[in-house]
Design a protein around this ligand. Structure first.
Ligand code: T5A
Ligand code: NA
Length: 215
């Protein structure tokens, strides 16, 4: 639902990039944040998991296979990692800073659901987090993504698993999503992203209210 009382203020936009592993999210987030800064828009690059916090370090150990955790437990840690940043996120947005976020709740739900956890159970701890103004999904086939830069040793970087993740991303898609073909050159993807976010940043500046997941 809408968060009241902030309709008149000029705020930053919450921009999220999602996609399979190796779809190009981090490359594009960097370029996008620089583009916005160049336009005179105050912008910051964020990412989830945020591996710098205590919770983030537990997640990082799990992803690199140096620790083992129950599927539900790691799901809740990913969610907790977003909750611990929520109030700062709201403060920044209300102060007019646009946030370019590399993965968010959609990754949380798609990856855990792909392991076999119930999707509604997966969505529940995300309810009340700030809703993105736009989600740019970098669309690429799992096979093409796997050819890029080679998967490293992280836990989820396996073709069969990525196929399941792609299926759950499809289920999660809503009208805040824009799908960009990530098979194009880095520069072509970049141009499309710039068009998408320019409109979005303008709408937020005009006073589009902030809202929350998942409603
Ligand atoms: N996860 C995450 C959960 O399970 N739950 C959660 O709640 C969250 C938030 C870590 C893992 O955690 C899972 C999902 C992940 O499996 P991460 O740290 O974001 O997530 O993963 P990383 O390994 O850092 O990043 P990715 O593997 O997802 O890669 P990116 O960021 O999509 O891709 P990028 O930009 O690094 O590019 C990959 C390679 O492709 C090239 C790049 O140069 C690079 O070599 N490339 C292109 N090549 C050709 N054409 C293009 N257009 C290209 N764009 C990039
Ligand atoms: Na990345």
């Amino acid at each position: 639902g809408c968060i009241e009382g902030d309709k008149k203020e000029s705020r930053g936009a919450l921009i999220v990039l999602e996609g399979l592993d190796r779809s190009g999210k981090t490359s594009q987030c960097n370029r996008l944040a620089s583009f916005l800064e160049g336009q005179g828009t105050s912008a910051e690059l964020w990412r989830f998991p945020d591996r710098t916090t205590n919770v983030g370090q537990m997640i990082s150990a799990y992803l690199s296979n140096t620790s083992q955790l129950d599927d539900h437990t790691i799901h809740l840690l990913f969610s907790a990692n977003r909750w611990e940043k929520r109030s700062l996120m709201e403060t920044k947005l209300k102060a007019g800073t646009t946030l370019v976020v590399d993965r968010y709740s959609y990754s949380g739900v798609a990856f855990s659901s792909a392991k076999g956890l119930d999707i509604e159970w997966c969505k529940a701890p995300e309810i009340g987090l700030l809703a993105p103004d736009v989600v740019v999904y970098l669309g690429i086939s799992p096979e093409k993504a796997a050819e890029r830069g080679g998967y490293g040793g992280e836990r989820y970087e396996k073709l069969e698993f990525q196929k399941k993740v792609a299926d759950y991303y499809k289920v999660l898609r809503d009208d805040t999503w824009k799908v960009v073909d990530a098979n194009q050159s880095i520069e072509d993807v970049e141009k499309q992203l710039q068009e998408i976010v320019t409109d979005c940043v303008a709408e937020c500046r005009k006073g589009k209210p902030l809202s929350t997941l998942w409603s």
